[in-house]
Design a protein around this ligand. Sequence first.
Ligand code: SF4
Ligand code: SF4
Length: 189
Amino acid sequence: MRGERPPRFRCLFCDHCCYFDKEYEMPTVFPWEKRLLEELAERLGVSLEFKPLQIYMDDENNCVIALYRWIIKGYCPFYDRAEKRCKIHEDKPYACKMYPLLLEMPTGRLMLSGKCDWVANNKDVAEKLAKEAKLIPEVFPNEFEAAKNAFIEFSSIIDYVNRRRLRQTTNLRDCAQVMDIDEYIARYG
Ligand code: SF4
Ligand code: SF4
Protein backbone atom coordinates (compact mmCIF):
# COMPACT_ATOMS: atom_id res chain seq x y z
CA MET A 1 0.00 0.00 0.00
CA ARG A 2 3.03 2.25 -0.50
CA GLY A 3 1.85 5.77 -1.51
CA GLU A 4 -1.87 4.84 -1.23
CA ARG A 5 -4.20 6.50 1.24
CA PRO A 6 -4.91 4.00 4.00
CA PRO A 7 -8.53 2.77 4.29
CA ARG A 8 -10.79 4.25 6.94
CA PHE A 9 -11.54 2.06 9.94
CA ARG A 10 -14.92 0.27 9.84
CA CYS A 11 -16.04 -1.77 12.83
CA LEU A 12 -16.64 -5.40 11.91
CA PHE A 13 -18.86 -6.10 14.92
CA CYS A 14 -16.88 -9.00 16.24
CA ASP A 15 -17.12 -8.79 20.04
CA HIS A 16 -13.50 -8.64 21.06
CA CYS A 17 -13.60 -5.16 22.54
CA CYS A 18 -16.54 -6.01 24.80
CA TYR A 19 -15.15 -9.21 26.32
CA PHE A 20 -12.43 -9.11 28.97
CA ASP A 21 -10.32 -11.67 30.77
CA LYS A 22 -7.24 -9.59 31.61
CA GLU A 23 -7.49 -6.72 34.04
CA TYR A 24 -4.96 -4.52 32.23
CA GLU A 25 -7.19 -4.59 29.13
CA MET A 26 -10.29 -3.42 31.02
CA PRO A 27 -11.39 0.17 30.38
CA THR A 28 -10.10 3.04 32.52
CA VAL A 29 -12.75 5.66 33.24
CA PHE A 30 -12.91 9.14 34.72
CA PRO A 31 -15.00 9.47 37.90
CA TRP A 32 -17.83 11.29 36.04
CA GLU A 33 -17.88 8.48 33.46
CA LYS A 34 -18.11 5.95 36.30
CA ARG A 35 -21.09 7.76 37.79
CA LEU A 36 -22.87 7.89 34.41
CA LEU A 37 -22.22 4.17 33.91
CA GLU A 38 -23.67 3.49 37.36
CA GLU A 39 -26.82 5.45 36.49
CA LEU A 40 -27.20 3.56 33.21
CA ALA A 41 -26.58 0.26 34.98
CA GLU A 42 -29.31 1.04 37.50
CA ARG A 43 -31.76 1.78 34.69
CA LEU A 44 -30.87 -1.46 32.92
CA GLY A 45 -30.77 -3.52 36.12
CA VAL A 46 -27.15 -4.63 35.84
CA SER A 47 -24.34 -4.33 38.38
CA LEU A 48 -20.88 -2.88 37.81
CA GLU A 49 -17.57 -3.00 39.61
CA PHE A 50 -14.80 -0.40 39.67
CA LYS A 51 -11.39 -0.17 41.32
CA PRO A 52 -9.61 3.12 42.08
CA LEU A 53 -6.65 3.25 39.71
CA GLN A 54 -5.06 6.67 40.06
CA ILE A 55 -5.23 8.09 43.57
CA TYR A 56 -3.78 11.27 45.08
CA MET A 57 -3.57 12.55 48.66
CA ASP A 58 -3.45 16.10 50.04
CA ASP A 59 -1.71 17.37 53.18
CA GLU A 60 -4.80 16.59 55.29
CA ASN A 61 -4.80 12.99 54.06
CA ASN A 62 -7.89 13.49 51.91
CA CYS A 63 -7.75 10.96 49.07
CA VAL A 64 -8.74 11.94 45.58
CA ILE A 65 -9.53 9.45 42.82
CA ALA A 66 -8.70 10.62 39.31
CA LEU A 67 -9.21 7.38 37.36
CA TYR A 68 -10.94 4.06 37.93
CA ARG A 69 -10.45 0.66 36.36
CA TRP A 70 -13.81 -0.71 35.25
CA ILE A 71 -13.69 -4.36 36.24
CA ILE A 72 -15.50 -6.45 33.62
CA LYS A 73 -15.29 -10.22 33.86
CA GLY A 74 -16.25 -11.76 30.53
CA TYR A 75 -18.79 -9.88 28.41
CA CYS A 76 -19.54 -6.28 29.35
CA PRO A 77 -22.98 -6.06 31.00
CA PHE A 78 -23.93 -3.44 28.39
CA TYR A 79 -23.11 -5.72 25.46
CA ASP A 80 -26.10 -7.12 23.58
CA ARG A 81 -24.81 -10.48 22.37
CA ALA A 82 -27.83 -11.21 20.14
CA GLU A 83 -27.58 -7.88 18.28
CA LYS A 84 -23.79 -7.64 18.62
CA ARG A 85 -24.16 -4.05 19.74
CA CYS A 86 -23.38 -1.81 22.69
CA LYS A 87 -26.60 -0.90 24.50
CA ILE A 88 -25.17 2.44 25.65
CA HIS A 89 -23.39 3.41 22.44
CA GLU A 90 -24.06 7.17 22.78
CA ASP A 91 -22.97 7.25 26.43
CA LYS A 92 -20.09 4.81 26.48
CA PRO A 93 -16.85 6.06 28.05
CA TYR A 94 -13.89 7.47 26.12
CA ALA A 95 -12.00 4.18 26.45
CA CYS A 96 -14.73 2.48 24.40
CA LYS A 97 -15.25 5.40 22.02
CA MET A 98 -11.57 5.46 21.07
CA TYR A 99 -11.19 1.70 20.58
CA PRO A 100 -9.25 0.16 18.80
CA LEU A 101 -6.99 3.08 19.68
CA LEU A 102 -5.39 2.70 23.09
CA LEU A 103 -4.16 5.80 24.88
CA GLU A 104 -1.14 5.55 27.14
CA MET A 105 -1.32 7.95 30.10
CA PRO A 106 0.40 10.25 30.89
CA THR A 107 2.51 10.18 27.71
CA GLY A 108 -0.43 10.49 25.30
CA ARG A 109 1.10 7.79 23.09
CA LEU A 110 -1.49 6.10 20.87
CA MET A 111 -1.36 2.39 20.15
CA LEU A 112 -3.57 0.00 18.24
CA SER A 113 -5.22 -2.94 19.94
CA GLY A 114 -4.23 -6.26 18.41
CA LYS A 115 -7.49 -7.76 19.76
CA CYS A 116 -9.59 -5.92 17.17
CA ASP A 117 -10.55 -7.93 14.07
CA TRP A 118 -10.27 -4.89 11.78
CA VAL A 119 -6.71 -4.25 13.02
CA ALA A 120 -5.83 -7.94 12.61
CA ASN A 121 -7.22 -7.90 9.04
CA ASN A 122 -5.34 -4.72 8.16
CA LYS A 123 -1.84 -5.39 9.44
CA ASP A 124 -0.33 -3.36 6.60
CA VAL A 125 -2.32 -0.32 7.76
CA ALA A 126 -1.16 -0.85 11.34
CA GLU A 127 2.45 -0.99 10.11
CA LYS A 128 1.98 2.19 8.09
CA LEU A 129 0.47 4.00 11.08
CA ALA A 130 3.36 2.91 13.30
CA LYS A 131 5.67 4.78 10.90
CA GLU A 132 3.33 7.70 10.08
CA ALA A 133 1.34 8.59 13.19
CA LYS A 134 -0.05 11.69 11.45
CA LEU A 135 -2.33 9.37 9.42
CA ILE A 136 -4.10 8.10 12.57
CA PRO A 137 -6.84 10.83 12.48
CA GLU A 138 -7.50 9.97 8.82
CA VAL A 139 -8.02 6.26 9.49
CA PHE A 140 -9.72 6.66 12.88
CA PRO A 141 -11.39 10.12 12.84
CA ASN A 142 -14.02 9.47 15.55
CA GLU A 143 -11.76 7.31 17.66
CA PHE A 144 -8.95 9.86 17.45
CA GLU A 145 -11.35 12.62 18.55
CA ALA A 146 -12.33 10.56 21.61
CA ALA A 147 -8.67 9.85 22.45
CA LYS A 148 -7.82 13.53 22.05
CA ASN A 149 -10.65 14.62 24.36
CA ALA A 150 -9.70 12.00 26.95
CA PHE A 151 -6.11 13.23 26.88
CA ILE A 152 -7.19 16.88 27.26
CA GLU A 153 -9.28 15.95 30.32
CA PHE A 154 -6.48 13.85 31.77
CA SER A 155 -3.95 16.65 31.22
CA SER A 156 -6.18 19.15 33.01
CA ILE A 157 -6.36 16.75 35.99
CA ILE A 158 -2.57 16.45 36.04
CA ASP A 159 -2.22 20.26 35.89
CA TYR A 160 -4.58 20.58 38.85
CA VAL A 161 -2.80 17.84 40.83
CA ASN A 162 0.57 19.54 40.25
CA ARG A 163 -0.79 22.97 41.14
CA ARG A 164 -2.29 21.69 44.40
CA ARG A 165 0.83 19.59 45.08
CA LEU A 166 -1.21 16.43 45.63
CA ARG A 167 0.96 13.35 45.98
CA GLN A 168 0.23 10.05 44.33
CA THR A 169 -0.63 7.08 46.54
CA THR A 170 -1.51 3.49 45.83
CA ASN A 171 -4.05 2.64 48.49
CA LEU A 172 -6.95 4.12 50.40
CA ARG A 173 -5.91 2.76 53.81
CA ASP A 174 -4.77 5.98 55.49
CA CYS A 175 -7.31 8.36 53.95
CA ALA A 176 -9.20 10.82 56.16
CA GLN A 177 -11.90 10.80 53.47
CA VAL A 178 -12.17 9.63 49.89
CA MET A 179 -13.69 11.58 47.01
CA ASP A 180 -13.61 11.83 43.25
CA ILE A 181 -11.38 14.50 41.76
CA ASP A 182 -14.25 16.60 40.37
CA GLU A 183 -15.95 16.56 43.79
CA TYR A 184 -12.64 17.58 45.40
CA ILE A 185 -12.22 20.47 42.92
CA ALA A 186 -15.79 21.61 43.57
CA ARG A 187 -15.17 21.57 47.32
CA TYR A 188 -11.62 22.93 47.58
CA GLY A 189 -11.26 24.89 44.32
S1 SF4 B 1 -19.71 -0.01 27.19
FE1 SF4 B 1 -20.31 -0.81 25.21
S2 SF4 B 1 -18.47 -0.62 23.92
FE2 SF4 B 1 -17.81 -0.45 26.05
S3 SF4 B 1 -17.22 -2.54 26.63
FE3 SF4 B 1 -19.38 -2.24 27.21
S4 SF4 B 1 -20.61 -3.00 25.49
FE4 SF4 B 1 -18.49 -2.70 24.78
S1 SF4 C 1 -12.85 -5.41 18.24
FE1 SF4 C 1 -12.72 -3.91 16.53
S2 SF4 C 1 -13.95 -4.78 14.87
FE2 SF4 C 1 -14.46 -5.92 16.74
S3 SF4 C 1 -16.29 -4.86 17.54
FE3 SF4 C 1 -14.50 -3.94 18.54
S4 SF4 C 1 -13.91 -2.15 17.28
FE4 SF4 C 1 -15.31 -3.47 16.05
